[in-house]
Design a protein around this ligand. Structure first.
Ligand SMILES: [Zn+2]
Length: 337
């Protein structure tokens, strides 16, 4: 008998395409500064932005996973912005991580599971979905407000139905966003996820609809109301150990919400627990112990443990991801047990 594995289901792949993947990274002003800052705090020199970033980043990340409490992470591709008619908009967005990048890395590293990203308006969306299923995708990630996807568009029903049939969950960004440019802010609303939910897809609202900036709308209560209506709806607490997004983190321990919470870090987004300490949620010694951990994956996990979240937020993920013969999400032996 093996135990369910601890999985962080929200980790971003980042690359600049210099290794020939076809991906790209386009950073200006604030986003360039932020990317350099994120890399430095991970222990990767900012000069990697000009080198073979995909290779440097993936090797470094696999090492961080091995040195953390996690057994594996879902590594996320990043689709391009598209018009609702399916035309890719290369002029918008800050990065493109093709699905083959994460599918290939998941084949190479046992620490990675492939989270693909497909705009459902693409003319070849269903073909791309089949191709990704064949190669072992465990979930599909999208950022409706950044990639210009209205999940409630009826034309996408066949796409959601195929995902439901294949057991592929949808991880959809909800609430504000500040690390990737926003194309349509209204698409941050979790209520737009009703259509995929009604089609039978397991939907994970990334960040539980919380706001990112001071002037964003907060959709947390809308998401909580939807939990009662849809047993196939979950939320991840990725990026919630932060200065800007932590407001509802303790609410996620409430009895009616806790069973629907999943662990994600949103790596490489910085993990900062200062507000948790200032607000008196954790004491100074705990804050210092957690914040001083150099491994950001482990720091995020230890802050959540200190707040009262148990292993189940990370083991629950194993039961929701698509099971694939080439990627035994549940059956592989857990390294910590
Ligand atoms: Zn994210």
């Amino acid at each position: 008998m093996s135990n369910p594995r601890l999985i962080d289901m929200h980790v971003h792949m980042v690359g600049n395409g210099s290794g020939g993947s076809g991906g790209w990274l386009r950073l200006n002003g604030w986003h360039r500064w932020l990317a350099g800052f994120m890399l430095r705090q991970l222990g990767v020199p900012a000069s990697a932005l000009e080198g073979n970033l995909e290779a440097i980043y993936s090797e470094h990340l696999a090492k961080l996973v091995r040195e953390s409490s996690m057994d594996a992470v879902v590594l996320l591709a990043h689709e391009r912005v598209h018009d609702p008619n399916g035309t890719p908009r290369e002029d918008l967005g800050s990065m493109f991580v093709p699905n083959d990048v994460v599918l290939g890395l998941a084949e190479k590293f046992p620490e990675f599971l492939a989270g693909v990203s497909i705009h459902p308006a693409r003319g070849d969306a269903l073909d791309e979905l089949e191709r990704c299923l064949e190669r072992g995708a465990v979930l599909m990630k999208c950022l409706p407000n950044c990639q210009n996807i209205d999940p409630s568009d009826k034309r996408y029903s066949p796409f959601w139905e195929r995902m439901a049939e294949a057991g592929l969950p949808l991880l959809a960004h909800t609430g504000g966003e500040h690390t990737v440019p926003i194309v349509n802010a209204a698409l941050a609303d979790p209520k737009l996820l009703r259509l995929p939910l009604e089609c039978g897809v397991t939907v994970i609202a990334a960040h539980c609809g919380t706001k990112s900036g001071a002037f964003d709308r907060d959709y947390f209560d809308d998401w909580v109301a939807m939990l009662r209506e849809f047993p196939n709806l979950y939320g991840d607490i990725s990026a919630l150990v932060s200065l800007n997004r932590c407001g509802h983190l303790r609410d996620c321990l409430r009895d009616e919400i806790a069973p629907r919470i999943l662990h994600g870090s949103d790596f490489p987004v910085p993990v900062l627990g200062h507000r948790m300490w200032v607000q008196g949620w954790i004491d100074r010694a705990t804050f210092r112990r957690c914040q001083s951990l150099r491994n950001p994956l482990e720091r995020d996990w230890q802050f959540k443990r200190a707040l009262g979240f148990g292993d189940e937020i990370a083991t629950r993920v194993s039961g929701l991801l698509r099971q694939s013969p080439s990627f035994p999400v549940i059956l592989s032996g857990a390294k910590n047990l």
